[in-house]
Design a protein around this ligand. Structure first.
Ligand code: KIV
Length: 273
């Protein structure tokens, strides 16, 4: 299948995303953590590439995103930013790099921006992180919020189950979303919450709401690339649609390579000097 036909090849900006929401054009977003993958995604016409701290699980084999460090995120983000021409590149600030105080948060945010060439940052949380969000935005760095199932808080949640099912948590989420918008965020990710609640937030906010496991009545969608391409196994939440079975494709290709090497079929005469 060809790349998505995109009529507008200008670099995607945070303002453009807000414009897309106004015009009812849905925003497409996927994670990427390396140069080669990001180059393919950008050429395919994706609007936003998230260098998510899910790299902790996908690339580094950790159980959670908690062990991710600033130095490691900078390596992943630098590789992605080098590859991308059109998409907006968003980088997750890892756990522990923005919760302490506004000064250290903005210092870490500046490091990511200077050392990677990314366009913007994403932070998890609501009311508790508003002073840090404001300080980072005041430094001229665009910030995307993230509410609902915020994986950096997994040790507090104790489960990856759907969040904000009860009224108190749902009301806090709505209030947090408004606080993030008022603080100057250019978009908010809502992860694994009831579709009805996500639809309410999307209708109340002027900035785009991008969902993962938050239903279709929001302004865009994000998925972890390794899940939607079928590279990962044993992870099948209801919200995940697999667009390819790359695990099988890669296993078959590597199996064929092993056979060819063992049988002396690779390399052939045309594949040598
Ligand atoms: O790190 C990540 O991949 C994310 C997405 C799940 C939104 O934050």
């Amino acid at each position: 299948m060809a790349a998505y036909l995109c009529s507008d090849n200008r670099k995607v900006t945070t303002l453009r995303l807000i414009e897309m929401k106004k015009q009812g054009e849905k925003i497409s977003m996927l994670t990427a953590y390396d140069y080669t993958t990001a180059k393919i995604f950008d050429a395919a016409g994706l609007d936003v590439i998230l260098v998510g701290d899910s790299a902790s699980n996908v690339m580094l084999g950790n159980e959670t995103t908690v062990p991710m460090t600033l130095d490691k995120m900078i390596v992943f983000a630098g590789a992605v930013a080098k590859a991308v021409k059109r998409a907006l590149v968003v980088v997750d600030m890892p756990f522990g790099t923005y919760q302490v105080d506004p000064t250290s948060a903005v210092q870490n945010a500046i490091r990511i921006m200077q050392e990677t060439g990314a366009d913007s940052l994403k932070l998890e949380g609501g009311l508790e992180i508003i002073p840090m969000v404001k300080k980072i935005i005041d430094a001229g760095i665009p910030v995307m919020g993230h509410l609902g199932l915020t994986p950096q808080s997994i040790n507090a949640f104790g489960t990856y189950a759907v969040r904000a099912k009860d009224e108190a948590e749902a009301e806090k989420l709505v209030s947090d979303a408004h606080l993030l918008e008022e603080a100057g965020c250019f978009a908010v990710v809502l992860e694994k919450i009831p579709a009805k609640l996500a639809a309410r937030v999307a209708s109340e906010l002027k900035i785009p709401v991008i969902g993962i496991g938050a239903g279709g009545q929001v302004d865009g969608q994000v998925l972890v690339f390794a899940d939607m391409l079928g590279l990962t196994q044993g992870f099948s939440p209801r919200f995940l649609r697999r667009y390819a079975d790359l695990n099988t494709v890669v296993t078959d290709a590597v199996g064929q390579y092993i056979t060819d090497v063992k049988q002396g079929d690779f390399p052939n005469e045309n594949e040598q000097y």
